[in-house]
Design a protein around this ligand. Structure first.
Ligand SMILES: [Zn+2]
Length: 265
């Protein structure tokens, strides 16, 4: 499968698993399935929810399979209070640069304390892909190299991104304008975003049988195509069977076509 940019540049794929915090059976199953298929995964960790036993587990799998795992930062708390309401997003125009920057730096410090001070953590994923210009600046200011959000290939999304870019907007309120595959205009940081939500954190959105069409649509608009998962939803045997079918279908694309997110820039 190739991009519209030409047959000489084959599509590069990546897998992102979000909302790492506690060490659960679902996380272990997810990790095992992708290790079995030798597909690298970029695990996005919620710093305030990362437990010591989960950190130890992540370090152990990284020691055994360094080429197949990568760790990124997924906000700090993955929630915030707004007007008395608890929201699952954490960033956006309601919060100042200083507030966002302080949270991102604090989250990075937690990750370095739990996973090792020398480790590079260079991928930042804003919870729910919600952000504004200050989020991008704050992530770059903390030292992140990669900003990973969403770049969906539907006509509706592409029209919104295109309009936003033309107007020089970073987001429409807290909905990000994608610059996938390029340096973000707000700061020195490259955006590498997912194109396919295999699940939305609540339920499966793309079964193995639907993957070829989703991949084809995504590949028409991007050279680098990422797939987002949330391991927590693959809990019962039927869901784990779905996950295995998806991993099988991805492995058939060729393991050498899969990269760690941070290796794409
Ligand atoms: Zn999340």
């Amino acid at each position: 499968m190739t991009t519209d940019a030409g047959a000489e540049r084959p599509t590069r794929y990546f897998v992102r698993d979000d909302d790492i915090g506690a060490l659960t059976e679902e996380l272990k199953t997810f990790v095992e399935v992708f290790l079995e298929h030798r597909i690298p995964v970029s695990y996005q960790i919620i710093p305030a929810r990362l437990t010591p036993d989960c950190a130890a587990y992540l370090l152990e799998i990284e020691r055994s399979y360094p080429e197949l795992v990568e760790f990124g930062q997924h906000g700090l708390h993955h929630e915030m209070q707004l007007g008395g309401r608890r929201l699952k997003r954490e960033f956006g125009p309601e919060r100042s640069f200083e507030q966002q920057s302080s949270d991102i730096q604090q989250g990075l410090e937690i990750l370095k304390r739990r996973l090792g001070a020398d480790r590079p953590i260079e991928v930042f994923t804003p919870p729910q892909h919600k952000f504004d210009a200050n989020t991008v600046r704050a992530a770059a200011g903390a030292g992140h190299r990669v900003f990973s959000s969403a770049c969906y290939p539907s006509l509706r999304h592409r029209a919104a991104y295109s309009l936003g870019r033309r107007l020089g907007w970073s987001s429409i309120r807290h909905h990000g304008i994608s610059h996938h595959g390029r340096r973000r205009p707000e700061a020195d940081i490259i955006e590498v975003s997912i194109s396919i939500a295999v699940d939305d954190g609540r339920s499966l959105c793309c079964r193995a049988s639907e993957l070829p069409a989703s991949l084809e649509a995504a590949c028409r608009h991007a050279r680098d195509v990422g797939l987002m998962f949330h391991h927590a939803i693959y809990s019962d045997p039927a869901a784990v069977a779905d996950l295995r079918s998806i991993a099988n279908a991805l492995a058939l694309l060729g393991q050498d076509r899969f990269f760690k997110l941070g290796d794409l820039v």
